[in-house]
Design a binder for this molecule. Structure first.
Ligand code: SF4
Ligand code: SF4
Length: 434
């Protein structure tokens, strides 16, 4: 067997110097680790009914069979039958299922990174209860272990390994917050030794979309709560979660929780970001092995609670709005009502999209797809689903509660010269404080 590293195939990315055999072995070892009882049951349960196809925006937007959710799991299923199923020794001995090779893993990269946002819409409709989004997440662990992920995501991974953030080194945080505070005339505390709420940011809010930090500060200062951002735990990045690098994700999320504990905070406030919510709110307890020592709250949930308790009062608008439900917050996270409570408090007459709430279509950019430039043409096709549904409502405002969805939707709008702005729920609240 050759021990020389093998070059990447055209159109596919790979990381590190390894032979094809080493990559395949690394992927298989990870897949086999993932095939616990639940994953195994899911692997065996598919009845090929095809119902998941119409749930997936990538299939709906293109009509291409390779984008059906069940098809996306095919290599994972083959690995299961050959390496981990009850009949694996017989299957291998008789050669009933061929071993995956590196070319197949390379081709698979496009299906589970470029054309799956782990949105869970397929999961919701599967009559066999197969959690396809979760299986894609587990498959990504093996692809990461094999060094077979899109290079744009790998670059962010390496940066986050070094900085603790894919966007900003921790040492820059005080200067960023001082600049944003000055620009927007608001005080943003940093590194307080004691606070009740630790506020975190999405990577994009530390670079191009810093106004979200000022909006958050405006609201928290008005509430009069004791809060801070902190260099030791500031970036609610989901880059490890998206890439399949769970060791990195654990490190990033632990930094938030441990910093909150250190400064005596009872709450970690997550930014308007969907996958950050999934990674911190739902994955973190696994790493601690017990109930988390702090409460982890998404921005929308926090706003709804404060409004509900009468602590935030708003100047109502007199307009119609429609709302894009971020998959990780609503379908996967269970926060369907919170955004609607905030919209109602803002005075909007809500006109729902044809598919909304837990049934809403994904923006097309989750799961790292928005950062993966080579997926842009596919993402733009997906955007058309949302644009058609928004236009059909005739609503004056188009609002969402996830910064990544907003970026994805604004990129889609720019691509087709659509003049509808995607507005942030947080920004609207900050602007309408009474
Ligand atoms: S999780 Fe979402 S993007 Fe992925 S296959 Fe299912 S519906 Fe498609
Ligand atoms: S909906 Fe479920 S059972 Fe039907 S093809 Fe898709 S994964 Fe298989």
């Amino acid at each position: 067997m050759s021990t020389a590293a093998t070059a990447a195939r055209p159109g596919h990315d790979q990381q590190g110097d390894r032979t094809d055999a080493e990559r395949v072995d690394a992927a298989m070892r990870s897949f086999v680790r993932e095939f616990g009882v639940t994953a195994a049951a899911h692997m065996e349960a598919c009845v090929r009914c095809g119902m998941c196809a119409e749930a997936c925006h990538f299939y709906v937007a293109t009509g291409e069979a390779k984008y059906t959710p069940a098809y996306k799991l095919k290599p994972f299923r083959r690995a299961y039958w050959r390496e981990a199923s009850a009949f694996a020794p017989v299957i291998r001995a008789l050669g009933l299922v061929r071993k995956l090779d590196v070319d197949e893993l390379q081709r698979w990269q496009e299906l589970i990174y470029d054309s799956c946002t782990m949105c869970g819409r397929c999961t919701m409709v599967c009559p066999m209860g197969i959690d396809i989004a979760e299986l894609v997440k587990e498959a990504r662990h093996g692809m990461f272990a094999a060094g077979l992920i899109p290079e744009r995501l790998a670059l962010m991974d390496r940066t986050a390994q070094q900085w603790g953030s894919p966007a900003t080194p921790a040492e820059d945080l005080p200067d960023i917050l001082a600049d944003v505070g000055q620009e927007h005339g608001v005080e943003i505390p940093c590194d307080l030794p004691q606070a009740d709420i630790l506020v975190t940011a999405a990577p994009a809010e530390l670079t191009e979309h810093t106004k979200a930090l000022a909006d958050c500060a405006k609201i928290l200062n008005r509430l009069g709560v004791k809060w801070t951002m902190h260099r030791e735990g500031f970036d609610a990045s989901n880059i490890g979660f998206n890439n399949g690098d769970m060791a990195l994700q654990e490190r990033l999320t632990r930094a938030l929780v441990d910093t909150a504990v250190k400064i005596g905070a009872h709450t970690v406030l997550l930014p308007e970001c969907g996958h950050a919510y999934g990674a911190a709110r739902w994955e973190a307890a696994k790493w601690y092995g017990r109930e988390l020592p702090v409460r982890i709250v998404h921005m929308t949930e926090f706003l709804a609670e404060q409004i509900g308790a009468g602590r935030i009062r708003l100047e109502p608008v007199d307009a119609t709005a429609t709302f894009h439900d971020p998959c990780q917050i609503v379908r996967r996270g269970g926060l369907e009502a919170a955004a609607r409570q905030v919209l109602a408090a803002l005075g909007f007459r809500l006109i729902e999209l044809e598919d909304h709430g837990v049934h809403g279509y994904c923006c097309g950019g989750g799961g790292g797809v928005v950062s993966n430039q080579r997926a842009a043409p596919l993402r733009h096709k997906v955007f058309e689903i949302k644009r058609r549904q928004v236009e059909a409502t005739g609503a004056e405002h188009f609002v969402t509660s996830c910064g990544q969805c907003r970026i994805t939707l604004e990129m889609g709008a720019k691509h087709v010269h659509w003049d509808k702005r995607t507005e942030s729920l947080l920004e609207l609240v900050a602007e309408r404080l009474a």
